[in-house]
Design a protein around this ligand. Sequence first.
Ligand SMILES: [Zn+2]
Length: 564
Amino acid sequence: MLCDKGTTRTSYLSGMKAYLYAFFALLIVSIPGCGPAFEADVTLTNVHIAQFDGDSLYYLHGHIAVQDGKILGIHPIEEGKNTLPAAMDTVDLHGAYLYPGFIDAHAHFLGQGLAMNSVNLWGAKSWSECVDRVRTYIAEHPTDPVIRGRGWDQNDWPGMAYPTNEALAGLTDKPIILSRIDGHAVIANDVALSLSGITAESSIYGGEVLHLPNGEPTGVLIDNAEKLLQSFEPSEAERTKALLDAQALCYSLGLTSVHDAGLPTHDIDLIHRLQQEGQLTIPLYVMVSATEDELLTWKERGPLKTPLLDVHSFKVYADGALGSRGALLREPYHDRMYHHGLQIQSTVSYWDMAEAIASMGWQMNTHAIGDSANHLMLDTYFAYAPEGSRWRIEHAQVVSKGDLALFGGKSQILPSVQPTHATSDMDWAVDRLGHLRMPDAYAYSELRQAAGGILPLGTDFPVEEVNPLYTLYAATARKALDGHPSDGFQMENALSRSQALKGMTHDAAFAAFQEDELGAVKTGFWANFTIFTEDLTTCPEDNLPTLKVLQTWVQGACVYTTQP
Ligand SMILES: [Zn+2]
């Protein structure tokens, strides 16, 4: 439920309202005999306010006054006297627990919305189940010009082999494009292949076109090979609906800000416009998908910063994903002889890009999953990252122990990780890596230490589910949602609850240079809150994934509530 009344949104979008309040407040003060002036727009009363102290978390029991979208003051009840400023509105939270608004430090916000408006293939137990879902979707959406789907994972099917596209023939004469769960592979029908001119001879650097024994393409395109497909771009109306759907879902799960890990300029421009029009209200930190053209575009434009949008970073890809054997490994895959995975671009091109990004003063955020990809990028960062530049390694999934020392340092190099990847991958990662390399994988506690106690956490949604409580559970219990393994996966790398909560708030803000405005409940910070009736630091572990958000606040406005 989106919430409403009284709890007035006073972001810059409605700054005029704030001016009016201030004007009338002054007017009232200056008229003798009038009632009290409103110093705050709203006060949240009787609430336990989470505060970080190093790696631990404690609560102040009190009230929060909010004005112009920011925290005006925090007033502990213990002081014994009512120091609360008079407010236009008061929300009694009946002793609930209030956290700095949750931030997802690595997700695909637009991708999530598009996935919500396409064939849902998550959890399908076989390729034929996927095909059935596509058939049903086509019947229910007769006007879609392109049939898109996302979420298939051959690792969940009997035999674990990649599918081939014969079963898609005859379902429709429109293109069908179905993305693998990690977005690093697609299967396309013959219509899409022939419209894109993909044949038995097609190949590309940094990608794989899979072939049948007779040489024809199977329809499966891995990593850079996806670029061979004609774009089949969703329309602006489809993208707008996707963004608004993603926002509603994020708010309902307590997210108050998202880092989108890679968008082209035309999508960023759409987001900016929707935010200015007041349709899109969620603050976004958007990384620009790095290409030569995009580098030139933003070099000319310069960084973009509004209260809702922050653009001064580039997203780069070093390798593919472990599930599709695209992650770049130093030693061959345990389950594919002589295969090391895929390096997406040449080494020299990463150096050139790093040099260009450094000269612009922007942040470089590189997807690196395999130990070889991580080594390559950490080395590149060591050579090019300016002091305090906070360049990020996105995922940092398999990192050799000898490379850990390259995190942190003067450049503040950060690992940006997704704890639900660990629990999604743990059952088959050993097949790809073998037992000897497993201690290098999903080593979050070690990575956190290496980076000086900062570990931004995210989900990579729609690769994983959006719910930030799943992140908290996976990071601390290191278990899948069904509770396995009962003693947790590689528990030496579990985070404490407060470390994980810090990763979902302060550390995510730090990774976006926003730690002076977001990620903590402090006077002067944006009034972004995620509120629960339970204490997330002490509630039983098994309950964590099923807790429901009580309220979500963004820039002084309640954007979601379950309270009647
Ligand atoms: Zn991602």
